[in-house]
Design a protein around this ligand. Sequence first.
Ligand SMILES: Cc1cc2nc3c(=O)[nH]c(=O)nc-3n(C[C@H](O)[C@H](O)[C@H](O)COP(=O)(O)O)c2cc1C
Length: 182
Amino acid sequence: MQTLIFNGSPRTDGNTSAIIKSILKDLKGEYQILNAYACDISACTDCRYCWQNEGCSIKDGMQAVYDYIQTCDNIVIASPIYFSELTGKLLDVGSRLQTYYCAEKFRKEKLIQKPKKGAVILVGGGDGNMKKAYETACVLMKHMNCTDIYNPLFYHKTNYCDVTDDADIKAEIKNITDFLNG
Ligand SMILES: Cc1cc2nc3c(=O)[nH]c(=O)nc-3n(C[C@H](O)[C@H](O)[C@H](O)COP(=O)(O)O)c2cc1C
């Protein structure tokens, strides 16, 4: 079993990273973590190469991600919310999934045959709401052929309590891990 995990937080010891670490303790199989703030992946520039061609005109770290998306079984999108959205760098990475949308829309090609399970984890200080970020995450999941998306985990109180100090979150994390393992 292979799991691709997108981490949208720049904080290696932050709440998003803590939840990911907790999932990894019991996750079966192999995994890859894409740290949006520590990768050499730039944003889509809408050059429209993929309107006619497979892949992407930008040659960077995303090529390996495209390969892993083909074979993996699970996708996890874990991110803080910034201004009620996924973080900027995660949106940069996510914009490179536009190649899958363009393949279907303009070339009538479905590039990812293998269906995947998905989980969305969002953390926030406590302002606004998670709706917009969740909808964006679901669009990205759809581009990667995630056909079975688990109930989202929203932890929306890091201004007051870190996940590491919150015993209640453990059960929710276990449910996600069980879903991915199942
Ligand atoms: C630029 C910026 C914008 C933010 N916007 C929101 C927001 O709209 N709503 C919210 O609840 N928290 C917001 N936050 C707080 C972060 O979501 C919060 O600190 C979160 O714990 C960060 O995740 P991490 O601990 O995994 O890094 C914002 C933080 C930053 C730096």
